[in-house]
Design a protein. Sequence first.
Length: 123
Amino acid sequence: MKNIKQLIIASMLVLGIGFMATPAYAACTSGVDCINDGLEATGGTGGSKDIGPIIKDIVNALLFILAAVAVIMIVIGGIRYTISQGDSSSVTSAKNTILYAVIGLVVAILAYAIVNFVVDRLT
């Protein structure tokens, strides 16, 4: 057990010294320079602070999730409508499920249009 601990500690020391001796760390004179060098190395832009595309991406992702949920709810409502066997309360419940899913989808599309309109006007 003692030998395993010594091996782990020696490996960590060797890896730590190896990482510190790499040229990426040696070229940095300050923390800001290191961050900018890392951004340039990964293809990022260090000076871009435009939030418009970020908001659009978030809204697009949320709209995709909401649309998927709405489609699933419409399918569930359709299945409930099909297996209701004429029971008026089950039919009403299934119709309400479909109706609310469609209304939610319409509200989400309108919200998407409003957010894109506002972001385009601000940027």
